[in-house]
Design a protein around this ligand. Structure first.
Ligand SMILES: *Cc1c(COP(=O)(O)O)cnc(C)c1O
Length: 380
């Protein structure tokens, strides 16, 4: 067989290099893994208890409860409030229409009704004006998503929640470490959900999540619900789940948490480089109200000829992604929401493109991305 013709060597710019991210701490991770193996305790042990204390302190809240994933964290918050009588089956939860499917799944898994609303056109985060218009007699909570790592307008949402006696829940899966007025993501609402999926800003080496809250009663409910609804072995107060952050993942996260702020600082630096140097009539850069409010989980531009831009970048070895190509209300799983009128949400899903960003992306890589964007001619 003849060898394929040689192509000019193209150095790839990965979208996110999870291997390189963890390789930075290979020694510490390996030592922590050995510690867990040696301990003989693999579920609900000391690593989890220590991580819960450390993560709560990081977020500036009283309690963190480690669970199996970000989706479980969201679902367990709602289930906890159901067990506390604050939310009933069939009640409505207001959510941004443009979010990852998990935000919706957590709501419908609890037999609650998601009421999707439009985002603010500048920040892509839930628009408080649209939230207010959507509040009805069965509304019980606002589920804010800090999309792409940027805090939603929490002061405005908190004021609405107070005025209408609603719960305010944060989907902070993308926003560990984002700050406003000295407070971190997770410390603004009644409760917050975090994800430690490997690609998130604080990623485990597998699935993981946490609920953060100042509410001791809710924290205790969630802790019971993640463990078969039990606070005491073989006594089951609730029809719970098995959704625990295991000792191995807790140990990995304890290694990585102390480096999170440095990683975010690096992401901010790259984002600033992109924002200063990408100047293109068809590429709209993300709007940022204040640097510290954005943890830059994703750097998302908007382009009317998005698919052409993505192809143009790929031809230059640059890997980009779309977050997200189809909004939840247009998914087959949510046929019941198909008639929701969310024109801006739908347009965004056709136009957004996430450029590479991450703690191991080098300046040279970012410069290649910038150069490639600058040479984009528009739709082919
Ligand atoms: C990742 C993510 C989730 C779900 O977290 P998992 O750990 O993957 O279950 C929820 N909401 C948002 C906005 C996310 O980005």
């Amino acid at each position: 067989m003849k060898a394929a013709p040689m192509k000019a060597a193209l150095i790839e710019v990965p979208f996110l290099d999870a291997r390189a991210i963890n390789a930075r701490y290979a020694g510490e991770l390996t030592a922590a893994a050995a510690r867990v193996i040696d301990s003989g305790s693999y579920v609900l042990g000391e690593e989890l208890a220590a991580f819960e204390r450390e993560f709560a302190a990081y977020c500036g809240v009283r309690h963190a409860v480690g669970v199996g994933s970000g989706l479980d964290a969201l679902a367990l918050i709602l289930r906890g409030y159901r067990e506390l009588g604050a939310i009933d089956e069939g009640d409505e939860i207001i959510v941004p229409g443009n979010t990852f499917i998990a935000t919706f799944l957590a709501i419908t898994a609890n037999r609650l009704v998601p009421v999707p609303v439009e985002p603010d056109p500048a920040s892509f985060n839930i628009d408080p004006v649209c939230v207010e218009a959507a509040i009805g007699p069965r509304t019980r909570a606002i589920m804010a998503v800090h999309l792409y790592g940027q805090l939603a307008d929490m002061p405005a949402l908190a004021a609405l929640a107070r005025r209408h006696r609603l719960l305010l829940i944060e989907d902070a899966a993308q926003a560990h470490g984002a700050m406003r007025d000295g407070r971190k993501a997770g410390a603004f609402g009644d409760a917050a959900a975090f994800s430690f999926f490997p690609a998130k800003n604080l990623g485990a080496l597998g699935d993981g999540g946490a609920v953060a809250t100042d509410d001791a009663v809710l924290a205790r409910r969630v802790a019971a619900l993640r463990n078969y609804g039990s606070e005491e072995k073989y006594r089951h107060l609730f029809q719970g789940f098995n959704s625990r952050l295991d000792e191995m993942q807790a140990a990995m996260l304890r290694v990585k948490l102390p480096y999170l702020d440095a990683d975010i600082a690096w992401r901010r630096r790259l984002a600033l480089r992109y924002r200063k140097r990408i100047r293109h009539p068809h590429i709209q850069l993300p709007a940022v109200a204040a640097e510290e409010r954005h943890a830059w989980h994703l750097f998302v531009v908007r382009c009317p000829c998005r698919d052409a831009l993505q192809r143009h970048l790929l031809a230059r070895g640059i890997h980009s992604q779309v977050h997200y190509p189809v909004p939840p209300h247009r998914q087959p799983a949510y046929a019941s929401l198909r008639n929701a009128k969310l024109p801006l949400t739908e347009r965004l899903h056709d136009e957004v493109l996430s450029l590479p960003i991450g703690p191991t992306l080098r300046d040279e890589d970012a410069d290649r991305v910038i150069e490639a964007c600058q040479t984009f001619a528009g739709a082919a």
